[in-house]
Design a binder for this molecule. Structure first.
Ligand code: NAP
Ligand code: SF4
Ligand code: SF4
Length: 380
């Protein structure tokens, strides 16, 4: 295993971390709560035996079963070999005391007297404001003082401006977790966010390095390009190596779903390193990226000129999700994001065809025509 600095904490983290959000389940892999406990425990332990020293879970993963199974996996001496991260379900905190109640429940599930890294889960601009109002970070600091948690961080899903605001909004952050891979360099926190947080001394934990698995199973046009890799690496290996090439990335969390994936990714981590990518590797990734982008169906540049829609429709986000579904030939994740992260009035289905947005669009996109089609794909 290769190890990398974990921000300013003075500790070295394994290049590969284990994300416990996609454990094998009885109904196939997914978010279900019927986790195949024995298989999952064997996978987590195999990863730790292979050098992984960072494991990540959260309150809602597998409807709570992830924390329970991870707690079991860390028995028999495994707890001492890793640092444990879990997350506070911020959208469920109605009052400040809820923070402690959830933390207590999580410690019980995990059979842990101490959580090394406790993150505010899936922060975005509005959630950050409500956390500030509830003074949740004071609660977190109390938990550090009395030893329930070690370090305070956040995970993030929003655009760069919100990311910068959150990083700058609290001086006690020691880590953050961002979605980052070769297709998300300008999405979410993006490369700018990765570098910004790292420059401020935060350890940046990378989630979705394979875009939730989609980069490991590319559409035929992309697969054909990647098959030209002179070193014969798999699509998954190439995507992970691209992340590890960057010094600002502390660890790449992979949500591995089988023992074979654990073994493959341990092998990848063994070959990883900052600066290991050469010009021909970057060129290959750039060709794959272009092939993905050629599959874009709506030429929206996310400039936002069409906003605000008088009815509240988040036009660029709807187009981004529809493009994502087309690019990866798979609407499952965009559908989930449409359902979970857009309010009803923000969704394409809420468009009333008033046409106010169209004349403001520099790309002359027929927005009214697209909205019902987008809703059909994402709201299905
Ligand atoms: N805080 C948050 O808001 C948040 C959000 C997302 C994720 N996370 C955390 O970050 C972790 C990592 O994110 P992620 O699970 O999306 O990671 P990921 O590595 O991008 O995707 C994991 C998926 O990639 C596929 N995969 C992994 N290794 C492979 C290999 N060697 N060959 C082929 N396919 C492979 C598997 O898909 P198949 O099962 O389809 O084969 C697996 O389920 C999560 O598990 C979770 O702990 C946090
Ligand atoms: S046409 Fe639809 S998306 Fe455009 S401004 Fe009107 S309601 Fe909003
Ligand atoms: S104005 Fe046009 S290109 Fe810009 S975000 Fe809106 S739809 Fe996309």
């Amino acid at each position: 295993m290769r190890f990398r600095p974990f921000g300013r904490t003075g500790w070295d983290v394994s290049a590969l971390g284990f994300g416990c959000m996609r454990l094998p389940t009885k109904d196939g892999r997914g978010a279900g709560d019927q986790v195949e406990a024995e298989e999952s425990i064997a996978m987590i332990r195999a990863a730790i035996d292979g050098g992984v020293n960072y494991v990540d879970t959260a309150y809602p993963y597998h409807n709570g079963a992830s924390e329970v199974v991870l707690g079991r996996a860390l028995r028999d001496g495994y707890r001492d070999k890793v640092r444990l991260a879990t997350k506070s379900p911020v959208w469920m905190l109605q009052k400040a005391e809820d923070f402690d109640d959830y933390l207590r429940e999580q410690m019980t599930r995990l059979q842990a007297e101490h959580i090394d890294y406790y993150l505010l889960h899936a922060l975005n601009g509005p959630r950050w404001e409500s956390m500030r109002k509830l003074e949740i970070l004071r609660r977190a600091e109390n938990a550090v003082r009395d030893g329930r948690i070690g370090h305070i961080g956040f995970s993030f899903h929003d655009g760069y401006p919100a990311f910068e605001k959150i990083v700058d909004g609290y001086s006690g952050w020691e880590l953050c977790q961002i979605q980052y891979n070769y297709m998300d360099t300008e999405n979410q926190a993006g490369t700018k966010g990765l570098r910004y947080a790292a420059a401020k001394g935060l350890a940046v934990v990378i989630m979705e390095p394979l875009l939730g698995g989609r980069l490991a199973n590319p559409p035929a046009a992309v697969a054909e390009i990647l098959a030209g890799d002179a070193k014969g690496r798999t699509a998954a290996d190439l995507a992970l190596q691209w992340v590890w090439d960057q010094p600002e990335a502390a660890t790449a969390l992979s949500g591995m779903g089988s023992l074979a994936q654990v073994q493959e990714n341990l092998g990848s981590a063994e070959r990883s390193g900052v600066g290991s990518f050469g010009p021909e590797d970057f060129a290959l990734i750039e060709r794959a990226r272009s092939a993905y982008r050629e599959r874009t169906v709506i030429p929206c540049t996310r400039c936002g000129y069409c906003l605000p829609c008088p009815n509240g429709v988040n036009i660029p986000r709807n187009f981004e999700l529809a493009n994502d579904a087309a690019i990866h030939d798979d609407p499952a994740v965009p559908r989930l994001l449409y359902d979970r992260f857009l309010e009803e009035n923000e969704r394409a289905g809420a468009c009333v065809q008033c046409g106010e947005c169209e004349e403001k669009c520099p790309q002359s996109i027929p927005i009214r025509e697209w909205m019902p089609k987008v809703h059909k794909v994402l709201g299905g």
